[in-house]
Design a protein around this ligand. Structure first.
Ligand code: GLN
Length: 200
């Protein structure tokens, strides 16, 4: 498998860090927590998990990892942001709390909590043509929607056409959680096409 020689960082400030690590374990890929700037040294890619984007934003400033993260992403570090992680990569956020900031990387507009609250969470299969083997299972939990993709490529859509995944160079953002529904093909694709691809 393409990822076996890689070390992937998982931003471990808040959110479903463990579930991403379990997917990486299943794929035989080494990983480490990223909490402070030195944790970024030597990683081949970074996963920003789902959780609460405003909390991850605040903690990134408290741990002084925000500016190094922004530089690493702008410098080409391959990144996968899921749900809150997608919000943290977006240039514009609709429904942000006062003072909420993002790391940037994807020039898109996302709307937080676009499907409603926790009780409106759902699982469905989505269309993701970059992934072989048919529709991808996905959990949407207080998920955002991508309202404007500007220069980014659309990589995932709901059956009604709404945009739930984009890529721009080294940055991939998805509005859903494949890691909660035993769907490892998204990580596999990201490791191969984006992380290993950056090294070829
Ligand atoms: N609604 C959350 C936020 O705005 C995201 C939810 C999630 O990551 N599952 O950060």
């Amino acid at each position: 498998m393409a990822g076996s020689h890689l070390t992937i960082g998982v931003l471990a400030l808040q959110g479903d860090v463990r579930e991403h690590e379990l997917v990486l374990d299943g794929l035989g890929v080494s990983h480490r927590h990223v909490r402070i700037p030195t944790d970024l040294v030597g990683i081949d890619g970074l996963i920003i998990p789902g959780g609460e984007s405003s909390v991850i934003d605040k903690l990134s400033r408290i741990f002084d990892v925000r500016d190094p993260l922004i530089s690493a992403i702008a410098g080409g570090l391959p990144v996968l942001g899921t749900c809150a992680g997608l919000i943290l990569l977006a240039s514009t956020v609709i429904g942000a709390i006062d003072g909420q900031q993002t790391f940037g990387g994807l020039d898109i507009e996302v709307e937080r909590n676009a499907f409603g609250g926790q009780v409106e969470s759902f699982e469905t299969s989505i269309d993701m043509p970059v992934i072989a083997g048919g529709p991808v299972m996905a959990a949407f939990i207080r998920a955002p929607l991508i309202r404007d993709v500007r220069g980014c490529s659309v990589i995932a859509t709901l059956p009604n056409g709404e945009i739930v995944g984009v890529r721009s160079g080294n940055c991939v953002g998805i509005a859903f959680h494949p890691e909660l529904v035993a769907e490892s093909r998204v990580h596999e694709w990201w490791l191969d096409a984006v992380v290993a691809g950056a090294q070829r």
